[in-house]
Design a protein around this ligand. Structure first.
Ligand code: CO
Length: 649
């Protein structure tokens, strides 16, 4: 290995490794299943194969970070710290890697420095060897504290470049950025191409350019197979002197995942880039994941497995597309995907070309969804406001004054910040620790991080109130399981009742269609239909007899015109008057905060409730002046589109 890339001393492969060989970072325990089946792999399904994986001699195994902190709490009722400790115990000889979203830690907003430091400390203490640190905006100010924290812990600091394509993201830009990361103390550098857009030429030019100009850090290339050209990019990266490549064991590889480990290992066999990994052992590991993938098949979308060359044109990561699809499904607008993909281009340009990676992918994606559903910038989530203020960091290209004014209002100049965003944040650790102790929920310091980073779902988890979407012994899920429906429905948006099954698909379709009218005859809740008036679509909700106010327009604003939305076009007037009293949820989400109490006097446009939807905070505002007569919801409650949240008299 070049550049002092240390391998754990007791690894069987280390004596066989010579200069020029390429190392492999195996992603199956984190990014692979995050990209291919929504991060749902449960800890007990990893456990049986860990000892074998420990024998391979991967340069590192990425197994934590990003959604693997969020999803276990939110959907699996599992403690991410327990997973880390288990993997550490069963893989004593392999470097464990985590992805750290810089100042965002493993969530979607900036956290104060004390929480960042505590997180790095406890992550390292529980077993993380390599911290792959990235900032979505490549803003070095956001990377400073986490990078220092990693160095102070004595862990391996892998600083990352978030790769994207835009007029400002040139080869020169990347080389300069890599030099900056080296100067800030990086032990190695990752080119993190989260959308799989890097072309073979670009991979070569950036890596070669950095090395030729005296770059000393080993370089690791992380790319997804989305575009279909990643294998070629890996070859050119090898020619340019890349030190490590990121891959997935084959059953969860390719598509929105990454090139297959076995394929890359075999491709370089006998060349100057030989990985020296044992193919036999890799194939044994493959058998475990082949079986596993069958269990989780209800989560796998066919389109996620195929290459999508259009990615280089629309530049939207596969994971983000699958997110958008499910967000649109939740809002019953799955047919608007093309409009949203188109709108994302515009929003991204208006936002100064942020790379589409968490959390800026969320900002751009959700704003685009809202623009399509409600009209351009008619609904602006808090995250968009924060982004434009500079709370996420500096945008790669400047945002125009016009957009700033539209998002922030006429006094936008006073709202923009120019300092490091985290400088504005108060320390939180002691406060969160005290709160947790007062609630009687504190068992260990790691709990404080669960609570501080995910206040809602973290607390629910720590209270023992979280419910697992499914357990491993229930897999594969029955066809009528809500998780199965939600994921598979996307293939057949027009039929709600078709599932993947071991049964004959033709029979399934027939049964589903036969049973549909029976179900419709006695609906249990309100039903939503799309109605087209002129060129506009309206969502109309019909309540079953005796349970609702008959028939009414679900939203006060109709869906945006189906055609390319025009910035200047105001949203058309609603089709009918909405009764003034009830304030309804515009979308499916969770009540995050209630800002008023019953009896409060409120003004028109005053924020009443913060609704968390699509992982973003959305303000629900008062439609009129009045008094809060009744609040129908509680914090943490899930609400559906058009549910009455409160009543203004
Ligand atoms: Co990735």
């Amino acid at each position: 290995m070049t550049g002092g890339f240390p391998a754990p001393s007791n690894q069987s492969f280390s004596d066989g490794v010579t200069m020029g060989n390429i190392g492999i970072t195996e992603l199956i325990l984190r990014d692979a299943h995050q990209s291919v089946f929504a991060t749902r792999m449960r800890t007990e399904d990893m456990e049986p194969i860990l000892s074998k994986m420990d024998k391979v001699g991967f340069w590192a195994v990425e197994m934590w970070g990003g959604a693997t902190f969020d999803v276990p709490l939110r959907y699996l009722n599992q403690n991410p710290w327990d997973r880390l400790r288990l993997i550490r115990k069963l893989m004593p000889n392999t470097k464990l890697m985590m992805l750290l979203r810089a100042q965002n830690i493993v969530a979607y907003r900036n956290f104060p420095d004390d929480l960042v430091r505590k997180f790095v400390h406890y992550a390292h203490k529980n077993g993380i060897d390599v911290f792959r640190v990235f900032d979505a905006l490549n803003d070095l100010r956001n990377m400073e504290v986490p990078m220092k924290a990693v160095k102070e812990e004595g862990a391996h600091l892998q600083a990352s470049v978030s790769y994207t394509i835009s007029p400002v993201h040139t080869t020169e830009y990347y080389i300069k950025f890599m030099q900056d990361l080296e100067n800030m103390g990086a032990d190695s550098i990752c080119i993190k191409d989260m959308a799989g857009m890097i072309s073979p030429k670009r991979a070569y030019d950036v890596i070669k350019g950095y090395k030729e100009r005296g770059g000393k850090c080993p370089v690791e290339l992380h790319s997804h197979s989305t575009s279909g050209m990643t294998g070629l990019a890996y070859q050119r990266a090898a020619e340019a002197g890349v030190d490590v490549l990121d891959t997935d064991i084959s059953p969860v590889a390719e598509g929105t995942g990454h090139p297959a480990t076995e394929s890359v290992v075999y491709a370089f066999k006998g060349t100057e880039w030989d990985t020296k990994l044992d193919m036999e052992l890799l194939l044994e590991i493959r058998d475990h994941f082949k079986t596993l993938v069958k269990k989780y098949r209800h989560l796998i979308r066919m389109e996620a497995l195929r290459p999508d060359p259009s990615i280089v044109l629309h530049q939207i990561p596969g994971g983000m597309i699958s997110n958008l699809v499910s967000q649109l499904e939740q809002q019953r607008a799955a047919d608007r995907l093309d409009d949203v993909l188109h709108e994302i281009q515009k929003v991204r340009e208006e936002m100064g070309y942020p790379p589409l990676v968490t959390p800026t992918s969320q900002v751009v994606g959700v704003q685009a969804v809202m623009n399509v559903l409600f009209g351009r910038y008619k609904k602006i989530p808090k995250e968009t406001v924060d982004y434009v203020k500079g709370m996420y960091g500096r945008s790669p290209a400047p945002i125009s004054d016009e957009i700033k004014e539209m998002i922030l209002g006429p006094d936008w100049k006073e709202q923009i910040i120019t300092c490091r965003p985290a400088d504005l944040l108060e320390p939180e650790w002691e406060l969160r620790e005290r709160e947790l102790k007062e609630m009687g929920l504190y068992r260990e310091p790691e709990d404080v991080l669960i609570y501080a980073i995910y206040p809602q779902i973290g607390l629910k988890f720590l209270k023992g109130e979280a419910k697992a979407e499914f357990e491993s012994d229930e897999l594969p899920l029955p066809i009528d399981h809500p998780a199965t429906r939600a994921f598979v429905k996307s293939f057949f948006p027009e039929h709600d009742d078709i599932y993947l099954s071991e049964k004959d698909p033709a029979l399934m379709v027939k049964e589903a269609l036969d049973s549909a009218p029976v179900k419709k005859a006695k609906p249990e809740g309100p039903e939503t239909f799309k109605v087209r008036v002129g060129e506009n679509d309206y969502d109309v909700t019909v309540f079953p007899q005796g349970t609702g106010p008959g028939m009414e327009v679900a939203r006060s604003v109709p869906n945006a015109p189906r055609a390319d939305p025009k910035p200047s076009a105001p949203p058309p007037k609603p089709a009918g008057p909405v009764k003034g009293e009830k304030v309804r949820s515009p979308m499916l989400g969770t009540i995050f905060k209630i800002l008023v109490k019953e009896g409060d006097r409120v003004k028109k446009d005053q924020p009443l409730i913060i609704l968390e939807a699509m992982k973003m905070e959305n303000e629900i505002i008062s439609p009129r002046d009045g008094i809060v007569a009744k609040i129908n919801v509680t914090v943490g409650q899930e609400v559906g589109s058009s549910d009455a949240l409160l009543v203004i008299s």
